[in-house]
Write a protein that binds this ligand. Structure first.
Ligand SMILES: Nc1ncnc2c1ncn2[C@@H]1O[C@H](COP(=O)(O)OP(=O)(O)OP(=O)(O)O)[C@@H](O)[C@H]1O
Ligand SMILES: [Mg+2]
Length: 264
């Protein structure tokens, strides 16, 4: 069994963050572990409060896991401050996991800022360069590159420009555009577009967290990057299709749609 680690924030409502990551690892037949960077009080309607963990506690969690258990792949999500980002970078440079998926989470789907403004540079300078793959959505790619991205062509140029910042590959996600849900992948030599039908459902709480942890799981399962992304995108698309009617706002996708039906 492959062992997966998520380094991210807790979502009290269970649809995104650490909770989505662990469900995804489990649904894909891997063993999930977590390093919590922050605790959020949130639900399907918004984020009410955020408390960041002390950087020493983040390091202690990472060291506790790596000193005892083989880690086959790591996914990094919400990291919030430059102090925590640098601690994670130092720890991972020490422990050297084979695959690191960096999901540069900045703003929640409900519009709450999850990355402190001062941490933007650290995210770009310290986390992107250690990534096997970085998975920004369009607003995140816009912040990283400091310009607007409104078309598929601009997504392609953005993927190439973010690649220059150091990650081994980049996936710019198209969930925020209209029409088909098209993600653009660049590995330093070839642009690949991955397209799925846009599901007209509001169950998109945690799609980004789920996609990045699914990519980490599929990489640990020895798939190549394109196959890992394609399989993960299929998993997310089906999860949205079978989305759960939970909460009054943007509900979660169904992480276990392969295992059981969840009709009301
Ligand atoms: N309505 C939809 N139908 C099908 N696929 C979608 C839809 N919305 C998003 N996706 C896909 O879900 C994945 C996650 O993309 P998205 O752009 O939503 O990430 P995100 O903004 O980081 O999500 P989050 O807000 O959860 O962090 C991508 O593969 C994207 O194409
Ligand atoms: Mg996201």
């Amino acid at each position: 069994m492959k062992h997966l680690l998520t380094i991210a924030g807790s979502d009290s409502s269970g649809g995104a963050g650490i909770q989505a990551d662990l469900k995804t690892f489990c649904a894909l037949g891997t063993y999930g572990m977590s390093v919590i960077t922050a605790i959020t009080a949130q639900n399907t309607q918004g984020v009410d409060a955020v408390v960041e963990l002390d950087k020493a506690m983040v390091k202690a969690q990472i060291d506790a896991i790596f000193s005892d258990i083989t880690v086959d792949a790591v996914k990094i999500g919400m990291v919030s401050s430059s102090e925590i980002i640098r601690e994670i970078k130092e720890s991972l440079l020490h422990w050297q996991p084979s695959f690191i998926v960096v999901d540069p989470v900045m703003v929640s789907k409900s519009g709450h800022h999850l990355l402190q403004p001062e941490a933007k540079e650290a995210l770009i300078n310290d986390l992107l360069p250690i990534a096997t793959i970085a998975t920004p959505n369009i607003p995140e790619a816009e912040v990283i590159l400091d310009r607007k991205i409104t078309t598929l062509e601009e997504m392609e140029v953005a993927a190439k420009d973010i690649y220059k910042l150091g990650p081994k590959s980049v996936l710019v996600k198209g969930g925020h555009l209209s029409g088909d849900a098209v993600d653009v992948f660049y590995d330093g030599s070839t642009i690949t577009k991955l397209t799925s039908l846009r599901i007209d459902k509001k169950n998109t709480h945690g799609t980004g967290c789920t996609l990045s942890s699914a990519i980490a799981a599929h990489l640990a399962l020895q798939h190549d990057l394109i196959t890992a992304i394609a399989k993960s995108k299929d998993y997310v698309t089906e999860g949205i299709k079978y989305g759960l009617s939970i909460g009054k706002g943007v509900g979660p996708l169904h992480h276990f749609h392969n295992l059981y039906n969840a009709e009301d």
